[in-house]
Design a protein around this ligand. Sequence first.
Ligand SMILES: [Zn+2]
Length: 274
Amino acid sequence: MQSRPSAILMYHSLDQSGSPVSITPEMFRAHMRILTGQGIPVVPLGQAASKPGSVALTFDDAFRNFSEHALPELARYRFPATVFAVSGFCGRKNDWPGQPAGIPILPLMSWSELRDAASAGVAIGAHTVTHPRLDEIDEASASREIQDSAGEIEDRLGLAPGSFAYPYGAASRAVRELVDSRFEYAVSTELDYASAASDPHWLPRIDAYYFQSEALFRRLFSASGALYLQVRRGLRSAKGRGAAAPTVEERGAIRAVTGSVLRGLVKRLRRPGA
Ligand SMILES: [Zn+2]
């Protein structure tokens, strides 16, 4: 029996749009209530991988609705969290070039809102200056995106960011070396649990979008939850390959899902636009 994994949850926006980067504020509150109810330790990002059965909370892009809907909940439960800010877009909207269609354009936290969050104990991590795919720009530009975002966060907040999130989970080898040397931790969008074996500079995360039901979120650390994630991962990589149909292994995983709860969940797997 392997030791229990931990989970680094990835949130983006807390809103009602139903978009691929959104979950509702109500569902977020339910997640926090369930974590407390189940006695799951919520730890800072840097501790999650080495603490089996723990959860860390991360929020990409620093949407203003974090201040409105997440901060009060985090304060209520005294949960630590990390917000990854796009330094060139603070106080603006998430309308950077390359934003896919179907993503709502919403206000992002200003520097003073980030400062308030930091004073409330939220860690502010870097997420580049303009949110490019770092594997598609030249190395000098990528270096500026990484260094300048960290530099401005340090200048504005008086605290050097210890962590970095790769936009779109995209990186070349050279980019990863830059990030490794600058930050203590970096998070990817690899859909998986974390463990002591995880690379601290390529930490896997679990997209909260996939857990938009209380029944499902309660199974985060159960065998059925792990199987559900395995199926989601399979479907996501099928999409990445441009394939319409699940592979033999994915069909096998789906067939293996026999519990009544999971049968209902498989119906949810057809997620548009993810
Ligand atoms: Zn992002």
